[in-house]
Structures are given as structure tokens and as C-alpha cells.
Design a protein around this ligand. Structure first.
Ligand SMILES: C[S@@+](CC[C@H](N)C(=O)[O-])C[C@H]1O[C@@H](n2cnc3c(N)ncnc32)[C@H](O)[C@@H]1O
Ligand SMILES: O=C(O)C(=O)C[C@]1(C(=O)O)C=C[C@@H](O)C=C1
Length: 235
């Protein structure tokens, strides 16, 4: 279904509710520049770091698109676990996993509270930005602690620049992208308001610093387009 969520007047903050979940795959493809490429690169590095009988967690798995892509390419036995706290998203995730006959566990859980088992790979694409900064740092520490030695954490985020002029231009560049994807100025502005204080982006440097502070030995960018980036952090 096509995303028209912000074409009508919206008075509430952005939420991953039934209305958003119903159009979510279309929303992401049209709202995240190079979304398909970020998925491909996530899939590649997840598979590279996954051992036989290993475990992968996807935090904020939404409709399970990322885990389904990984499942398709999997040549070893592995446990794939997707966590999300939106039941509307998880319903779609379960439907997709069943339709593709994919053995993926999807759980309704708060990624901040979840009791993680040791894993080879953690993924969290466009989700940390929705976690309040103070607890975000704690979550990344929890991820680092649950990863096995040499494990990898792959995450994607909307990013800002602390250079005011450049930051303004990055946002303008992103809005041009959204217009090219068929979103109107009205839809763009409404979504911007709805996301205010809900989506809190860090800069590229702040994301890397957060990963290093959490106990990762290395963190770098795998892919970046203007204000969207995919990172890899290695334990
Ligand atoms: C932008 S979407 C993620 C997109 C997805 N990773 C992908 O690449 O297709 C963010 C997801 O995080 C989930 N989420 C946000 N906060 C959460 C929390 N505290 N615990 C679990 N899930 C959360 C939302 O319900 C939403 O489905
Ligand atoms: O910032 C925006 O306007 C966006 O649409 C970005 C973004 C994201 O980065 O996750 C925000 C919410 C939706 O889940 C999809 C895309």
C-alpha cells in the first residue's frame, strides 16, 4: 500500500501504529535514501560475521524485511530473532515470515528491557534514533556486552551535522529526495512536525563515539548519503 499518512492534517506525534505499519515498507523505501543498498550492505556484513549455529538479533525489526533478506542467503544453521514493541508491525512481520516459510522468531519486546543471549551479530536499522539519548547509550553498552568476542553491530541512522550551514543544506537535500519520491511539501512538513522530539539524530562522530564508549574496539561508516548512514561496530 502507498504511504499517504501525512497527506491529511495530523495532530499527534509520530507513532509506529496500525496506520504506519500498513504502509511501512513503501514508507521506508520512499523515505530512506538508498534503503535497499543499506539493507544489502547490512545483509552482507551480517552474514560475514555469523558463525555456524550462531545468533542474530534485529532490534526494531518492523516488518522483518532485513531478517528475511538474511534468511534467503543463509547457508548455515542460525537463529534469527527480531524484536519490536509495535504489535501492528509484528503482525506484518509474522505474515511475511509465514508466507516465505522462513524460520524467524519475532517477539514483542522492548529492546531496552530484553534479556539478550550471546549473539554473533546485532542489527538495528533506523531504530536507535527513536531511543532517548540517555538510555540509547545504555542500550549500546548492553549490545556490546551480549556480543561474542569479535561480534559485529550493524546500525543505520539519520544523522545531523554540527556545522549549521551544512546541516541546513543536508536537510534541504533530503527534502528534495522526498519530493522526488512523490511526497508533497505538506506531507514533508507534517511528518517533520510529528517527528520533532521523537526522532533524535546524532552526528556521525557522536554515533562512533557512542559505540567506542560502549566497549566496541572499532566503529566506522559503511554507507552514507547526505544525512543517512550505516555503521559497523566491532567488539
Ligand atoms: C524505523 S523503524 C525500523 C526499520 C527496520 N529496522 C527496517 O530497516 O526495515 C523503527 C522500529 O523500532 C521499533 N521500536 C522503537 N522503539 C522500540 C523499543 N523501545 N523496543 C522495541 N522496538 C522499538 C518501532 O516499533 C519500529 O518498528
Ligand atoms: O525524517 C523523516 O522525515 C523520515 O521519514 C525518516 C524516517 C527514518 O529515518 O526512520 C522516519 C520515520 C519512518 O520510519 C521512516 C523514515
Amino acid at each position: 500500500m502507498n504511504d499517504k499518512v501525512f497527506a491529511k492534517p495530523i495532530k499527534k506525534q509520530f507513532e509506529f501504529d496500525e496506520e504506519v505499519a500498513a504502509v511501512f515498507d513503501d514508507m521506508l523505501e520512499r523515505s530512506v535514501p538508498f534503503y535497499k543498498e543499506s539493507q544489502k550492505i547490512t545483509e552482507f556484513f551480517a552474514l560475514k560475521n555469523l558463525n555456524e549455529n550462531g545468533r542474530v538479533y534485529d532490534l526494531g525489526c518492523s516488518t522483518a524485511s532485513t531478517l528475511l533478506n538474511i534468511h534467503r542467503k543463509l547457508s548455515t544453521n542460525a537463529e534469527l530473532i527480531g524484536l519490536d514493541n509495535s504489535e501492528a508491525m509484528l503482525q506484518r512481520a509474522r505474515q511475511k515470515c509465514e508466507a516465505y516459510g522462513a524460520d524467524i522468531e519475532v517477539c514483542n519486546a522492548d529492546i531496552l528491557e530484553y534479556d539478550y543471549k550471546e549473539a554473533d551479530v546485532f542489527i538495528s536499522n533506523y531504530t536507535l534514533q527513536f531511543i532517548r539519548p540517555l538510555v540509547r547509550e545504555e542500550l549500546v553498552k548492553k549490545i556490546a556486552a551480549a556480543l561474542q568476542k569479535e561480534g559485529a553491530f550493524i546500525f543505520s541512522e539519520k544523522v545531523i551535522s554540527h556545522h549549521p550551514k551544512l546541516n541546513k543544506e543536508l536537510i534541504e537535500c533530503y527534502y528534495d529526495f522526498k519530493k522526488e519520491q512523490g511526497y508533497s511539501e505538506y506531507e514533508i512538513m507534517q511528518k517533520r512536525e510529528a517527528l520533532e522530539n521523537v526522532l533524535v539524530p546524532y552526528s556521525e562522530e557522536e554515533n562512533i563515539k557512542m559505540a567506542l564508549n560502549a566497549g566496541f574496539s572499532h566503529c566506522e561508516v559503511l554507507l552514507r548519503w547526505a544525512n543517512f548512514a550505516t555503521f559497523i561496530a566491532l567488539k
